[in-house]
Design a protein around this ligand. Structure first.
Ligand code: FE2
Length: 229
């Protein structure tokens, strides 16, 4: 984007009227950008009442998620302003760019997580395309589940994610450290399980495996299957 001085030079014009009009255009442009860039926290309150998840735990988790949305907007707005102000070659800009992956993924992964919960009882459709693909890639649905649960009960904080490689369709369970480290490039996340302590400690203490069992009882398999390509 050209700055105010360049604009006046290019136009070969000066004066209060043009300056005023340009300010209006600039203001309108920023307002439009803000409208496009702002993220809004989604409402997942329908999950309250899910078996194995207390209302207190879920409400705390929703609040934490809302914080990621707020911070994603703040970081993006601040970076945008630094770009306009010519402050990109600064340590502050670099650190905020590093921070963006943390905040953005903290927002988006929580959305995926909440959206693949709240399913009806009955488990995966064994005749469906996802279960068939799991059998192809892991030997059976049960072997896939064993692998995913093993990832989810690893020591450390992060996420267990079933990814599908867009290049060849292969299913792979990944450990994602925190929010922003080790996402596989070019892969599509199908099933996302939060294994940060805040996701389970209020209800389960250190018994993470029990939380994983509760998570499995509430997976919305139709939402997961809809993502497979
Ligand atoms: Fe979380």
């Amino acid at each position: 984007m050209i700055d105010r001085r360049e604009f006046l030079t290019i136009a070969g014009l000066s004066g209060a009227a043009i300056f005023f009009n340009f300010n209006n255009i600039l203001h309108a442009t920023i307002k439009e950008e803000e409208k496009v860039m702002a993220y809004t926290a989604k409402d997942y309150s329908k999950l309250i009442g899910m078996e194995g998840f207390s209302e207190t735990l879920l409400k705390n988790h929703f609040t934490l998620y809302q914080g990621y949305v707020t911070n994603t907007n703040k970081v993006l707005d601040t970076l945008g302003q630094m770009l306009k102000d010519g402050k990109t070659a600064t340590p502050e800009f670099a650190e905020l760019k590093r921070r963006l992956g943390w905040e953005f993924n903290g927002m988006r992964l929580h959305e995926y997580y909440f959206e693949n919960l709240g399913g009806k009882k009955g488990g995966i459709n064994k005749a469906g395309s996802l279960a068939k693909k799991m059998t192809e890639d892991f030997g059976s649905y049960e072997m896939w589940e064993k692998d995913f649960k093993a990832v989810g009960t690893m020591r450390g904080i992060g996420w267990a994610v079933l990814y599908q490689d867009s290049a060849n369709g292969r299913l792979i369970n990944f450990w994602i450290n925190e929010h922003d480290v080790s996402h596989p490039a070019g892969c599509n996340p199908l099933l996302i399980m939060d294994v940060f302590e805040h996701a389970f400690m209020i209800d389960y203490g250190l018994k993470r495996a029990d939380y994983v069992e509760a998570f499995f009882k509430n997976i919305d398999w139709s939402a997961v299957e809809a993502k497979i390509k």
